[in-house]
Design a protein around this ligand. Structure first.
Ligand SMILES: O=C(O)CCC(=O)C(=O)O
Length: 333
């Protein structure tokens, strides 16, 4: 199967609120975001921009943009599907791909970020989900579990490269869940529907409180770092993908105590600040501290070969059940 978009998967009748166009009213968008902890901008990217991202995702997976830590190599005559079906997610693709990097500064995204956060915004992470058919999702979590801003301003901008649906493992969000301002405990889920990242527990919601955020290619889903969200496996037909480029941003006024130096080198706790960041709007009050190059592209494990925890615990988590092919599972009647 080629890398072109297959016919869109059927869209469920459930639809969340909070869909805006690129000409959104900033005050209205900010009100919705503060109350619900997410919003969507439809048609943020043109079809040509989506095609460029899709083609570049394939080139990255083929190793044509530079080294990908942990990736296997493929013969030059491998089909796109023979390459792409191996991938769940690549962290920091923006470090090797000019196309992914350019989208960190996408004009519509930046306008929305300024409306949601204020004038000074920096980016610290890019992630490229390929999520080929059969690959698992991510259990309930809050992104601040992983990227801890001091002012709770973390926001993800999830750029949809394919039609994202319930069937192919689109996002589910619990609206308003960010407002508690609590990072819930996480535990090992031992659930083959999900990858190695642990699951948030103890929050006062059930799965019935969640809404699927189904989107067309070229939409951007923005969500707060305290918003509980998850995705389920891609159960669409083999040869399909649910690709998305996810960029993470925060207010530039806040330090980011992320990827800490080892004890002893750290300096005063209050001043810890990850500096492999890039400004996308306004001014950086800490520009005088300089910038660093710390992160490198790497593969995110899908759990088939076991898991080292992505939480602070560093646990080695094990599934009690064998790997499941979620695509085959869904297509056997
Ligand atoms: O794209 C997905 O399936 C999950 C994305 C996610 O959980 C995140 O970006 O934090």
């Amino acid at each position: 199967m080629s890398n072109s978009t297959a016919a869109p998967a059927p869209v469920s009748t459930l639809r969340a609120n909070g869909y805006f166009g690129p000409d959104f009213d900033p005050a209205e968008l900010r009100r919705f975001y503060d109350e619900h902890g997410y919003f969507v901008i439809e048609d943020a990217l043109t079809p040509a921009e989506v095609t460029e991202l899709r083609d570049d995702a394939t080139a990255i997976c083929r190793g044509q943009r530079g080294e990908l830590k942990g990736a296997q190599s493929f013969p030059a005559d491998a089909t796109d599907d023979e390459v792409l079906r191996n991938y769940l997610c690549i962290h920091f693709p923006g470090k090797i791909s000019p196309v992914m990097h350019a989208n960190v500064h996408h004009e519509v995204a930046v306008r929305a970020l300024v409306a949601a956060l204020g004038p000074n915004v920096k980016c610290m992470q890019t992630m490229l989900f390929i999520k080929s058919a059969g690959k698992p999702g991510q259990a309930w979590h809050q992104d601040e579990d992983y990227i801890p801003t001091r002012d709770r301003s973390l926001i993800g901008a999830w750029i949809s490269i394919d039609h994202a649906t319930v069937e192919n493992g689109g996002l589910w969000i619990i609206p308003g869940s960010h407002r508690h301002g609590i990072l819930w405990d996480q535990h090992w889920h031992d659930d083959r529907r999900f990858d190695c990242s642990e699951e948030s527990v103890g929050f006062p919601y059930t799965d019935d409180d969640a809404v699927p955020v189904e989107v067309k290619p070229g939409s951007i889903v923005f969500f707060n770092g305290y918003t509980l969200h998850r995705s389920l496996p891609n159960r669409a037909a083999p040869g399909t993908y649910r690709r998305a480029l996810v960029n993470h941003y925060m207010r530039a006024e806040s330090f980011l105590p992320w990827m800490l130096p080892t004890a002893g080198e750290a300096g005063p706790l209050a001043k810890l600040d990850f500096r492999d960041v890039e400004m996308v709007a306004g001014v950086d009050p800490y520009a005088h501290r300089g910038y660093e190059k710390i992160t490198q592209p790497m593969l995110r494990p899908d759990g088939r070969s076991g898991c080292i925890s992505w939480s602070q615990s560093g646990n080695v988590n094990e599934y009690s059940a064998a790997p499941v092919d979620h695509a085959a599972e869904a297509h056997v009647d």
